[in-house]
Design a protein. Structure first.
Lengths: 256, 250, 259
């Protein structure tokens, strides 16, 4: 029986009362518009930030938003530096082995974007010989590896989606696959509008893309999980969810 | 045409650097303050470790000397980035496990404390070597004379060894301080809000990568140049009254 | 002290046993199941790290020679820029320099369509030219400062003697000045190369898959944190050890008697 550090950390987590104190909600420290971006006052803004506040209020949790590097966000959770992750983290099989998830709170289509004027379809045929950039350890990386690995000339991995967008604008990669909302937001910026356009949504693969985005939690913290589920259900039921979404999105991003 | 667009771009980017929002100047300066805090703390911690380590290497028993050799060798052979990741994840984990074992509630190490601890351990290895060399450069007669007068070890260190070795140590320590200020940039990898991380966030949000990286470079350079001047003054001060020490020491 | 080898001292035996116990414990109770899957990638990563290290150290040294020379004896219009270059490189974090070159320059490309149509574009769109450039400049900046001292440290009498014999300036440089300056810096070169090795993982932040990037990938794919990092530290220590040995050999072959 191997005693792992992760399970040790989880055991420690069990031993401490988590609900009595402030819940540190980890977000990625890198800008991810329109979900979470820092403004020049050093304050974090965005749809996901609004949602965190609403869910915490509905669940009667005292939350503190804590930016953590995406790279270290799961070790930070299991190591106890944060108590929950709300950083547009998709629910995946691999992550389920390390951490637990609440119910999903959004699920949006996945699109391919590429340079303007380059003929490209969002399938293996259209991406033949292209260099595709994706953010590391995301559902998009899994999808690209599963569907486009043979067709693509190269799959480049980025620490943040922002860097992949930047390299797409610079012409260093031919396409990137990501969440449609985040991509819409990028295509609205000057740099995005000048260089790139959407090539359409990829074919659905429920096994990889279907689970949506949830709150990441340490394994075994069922009480906190129940609180978050309750909060999410409440904001959806009482219309807060739609009210938060209205300034950001034309239609609901909850998905089906 | 592109040249004109480029010039226009630079003009708008200068607005981005304005001190008050919507400019990002205040963010960069806040990052700089954090960087300096960490560099200062790490340098101080490194000095403490270095003094202890140098004494250990010079006067300690064989076990202590070997352990210190392992410490300095490992730290100087492994990239700081890797050490930071190992220590950053491991130190907080270890502290918390210890606290839980003692029945205390878990604490969260702030990025500041973790950064200082991690970079301090790295600095300590280099400081050990610098200070050991400097202590060895002190003419042995001075230390022996103090011992002959029956000066207790702590007073000997405070009154003779440390002040006498200072002129030899300052160039090396100045270099270490510069390394400390630059190594704080590596904490951007673990998401701590120092200058490089603040710069990356500002650049990513505004897409003015070139402007922000240049501005941050200028800030780092300023720190380097100012501390270079200060350290030269300090060296002059430490050498006061012993102008030809270096020449006669050998 | 006594006749037996140094490592046979009792406390050393205890330390070696402790290390062996630690290795055995790591092998037995930490998770290594990811190793076979990532081994080919890791070999590729080590190869890339070594390649970048070798290329940038050699290029950086070649650049350091004129930088050192300009600062030691050059006229002010060469000495000043060389000094400014070394100050800027040594005064700013390498990570920032790499990001400025890669993302900063990259953000300027769309404004100049000519670049994209040029023949250099297939290279410019890859990451390694930026990594090689940044690390080369960095090595040159640090070593240029060292070379300045080395050139200045060559005894004046020798240069005067050579001039008195009517030796042409280029021959003087090639036969007398450069070899002696290089010999002066040789003891520092090993250390500088190890520092350069420690700088290489930064290129992983601009999508180059070196050994550090492979370890990051393992961590991100499997959420196993410590094991890949420990192994990574071991790999760097092994490479640093080999570098130290090679330079010690190299140094031993250079005659040390000073004329």
């Amino acid at each position: 029986m191997k005693k792992t550090i992760l399970s040790l950390a989880a055991a420690i987590a069990l031993a401490t009362p988590a609900l009595a104190e402030t819940v540190k909600v980890g977000i990625a420290a890198e800008p991810y518009p329109p979900f979470a971006t820092p403004n020049s006052y050093g304050k974090w803004l965005g749809w996901e930030i609004d949602l965190i506040n609403a869910v915490c209020a509905a669940a009667e949790l005292d939350c503190a938003i804590t930016p953590v590097a995406w790279d270290g966000i799961i070790p930070s959770l299991t190591g106890g530096q944060i108590d929950a992750i709300m950083a547009s983290m998709s629910i995946t099989e691999e992550r389920m082995q390390a951490i637990d998830f609440s119910d999903k709170y959004y699920n949006t289509p996945t699109v391919i974007i590429g340079p303007k004027g380059m003929a490209m379809t969002p399938d293996a045929e259209g991406l033949k010989g292209k260099i595709i950039g994706v953010q590391v350890s995301t559902v998009h990386e899994n999808y690209v590896n599963a569907h486009f690995a043979e067709a693509a000339a190269e799959i480049k991995l980025y620490q943040t989606q922002d860097e992949a967008n930047q390299d797409l604008a610079a012409g260093r990669i031919d396409a990137t696959q990501a969440d449609s909302i985040a991509m819409d937001s990028f295509l609205l910026t000057d740099a995005g509008a000048a260089c790139c356009e959407s090539k359409g949504a990829v074919a659905d693969d429920p096994a990889i893309l279907g689970l949506g985005v949830g709150v990441g939690l340490r394994k075994g913290e069922d009480a906190l999980k129940a609180k978050f589920n309750e909060g999410i259900a409440k904001v959806i039921a009482d219309g807060t969810y739609d009210k938060i979404s209205e300034p950001y999105f034309a239609s609901s991003i909850y998905g089906n | 045409m592109p040249a004109l667009a480029f010039a226009l771009d630079l003009a708008t980017s200068l607005d981005l650097l304005a001190y008050s929002p919507p400019g990002w100047g205040a963010n960069l300066l806040r990052g700089l303050a954090n960087s300096l805090k960490i560099a200062f703390g790490a340098f101080g911690l490194g000095l403490l470790i270095g003094i202890a380590g140098a004494y250990g290497k010079l006067y300690g028993g064989p076990v202590l000397r070997d352990l210190l050799a392992v410490y300095t060798t490992v730290v100087r052979a492994v990239p700081e980035l890797v050490l930071i990741l190992i220590l950053y994840f491991a130190v907080t984990d270890a502290v918390n496990q210890l606290l839980v074992a003692l029945g205390q509630p878990r604490i969260q190490l702030s990025g500041l404390v973790a950064g200082i601890a991690v970079l301090g351990v790295v600095q300590g290895a280099y400081a050990t070597e610098v200070l050991r060399g400097a202590i060895q450069a002190v003419p042995p007669g001075q230390i022996e004379a103090a011992r002959a007068y029956g000066m207790p070890p702590v007073m000997l260190a405070r009154r003779v060894t440390l002040p006498a070795m200072l002129p030899f140590a300052i160039p090396g320590l100045a270099n270490l301080w510069l390394i400390a200020t630059k190594d704080t940039a590596l904490l951007a990898i673990v998401g701590f809000g120092e200058l490089t991380q603040e710069t990356r966030q500002a650049a990513g949000t505004t897409k003015a990568y070139f402007t922000f990286y240049l501005a941050a470079g200028a800030l780092y350079l300023m720190v380097t140049l100012i501390s270079g001047t200060l350290f030269r003054r300090l060296e002059g001060w430490a050498r006061r009254g012993q102008p030809s020490l270096r020449g006669t020491a050998s | 002290m006594t006749g037996r080898p140094a490592w046979l001292a009792p406390h050393r035996i205890v330390m070696i046993l402790a290390l062996a116990a630690f290795v055995a414990w790591s092998a037995a109770s930490l998770r290594w199941s990811w190793l076979p899957k990532y081994a080919p990638l890791a070999v590729e990563g080590i190869w890339r790290t070594l390649w970048i290290l070798a290329v940038t150290s050699v290029l950086g040294f070649l650049l350091a020679v004129p930088l050192g020379l300009a600062q030691a004896v050059g006229p002010w219009y060469l000495a000043a820029p060389a000094h400014a270059f070394c100050t800027v490189i040594r005064g700013t974090p390498l990570l920032l320099q790499i990001w400025l070159l890669y993302y900063g320059l990259g953000s300027l490309f769309p404004q100049f369509p000519a670049i994209r149509n040029s023949e250099l574009w297939p290279y410019l769109r890859q990451a390694w030219p930026y990594a090689v450039l940044a690390l080369t400049l960095s090595y040159a900046g640090y070593e240029g400062e060292v070379m300045r001292g080395a050139f200045a440290g060559v005894a004046r009498g020798q240069i005067e003697a050579a001039t008195a014999f009517g030796m042409p300036r280029l021959t003087l440089f090639r036969r007398i000045w450069l070899p002696q300056a290089v010999r002066n810096v040789l003891p520092t070169l090993g250390g500088e190369t190890i520092l350069q090795l420690k700088a290489t993982p930064l290129v992983a932040t601009i999508t180059i898959v070196d050994i550090y990037a492979v370890a990051t990938r393992v961590r991100q794919d499997t959420f196993i944190v410590y094991e890949p990092l420990l192994l990574l530290a071991l790999v760097y220590m092994a490479i640093a050890g080999v570098i130290a040995l090679v330079f010690r050999r190299f140094e031993a072959r250079v005659p040390q008697r000073r004329g």
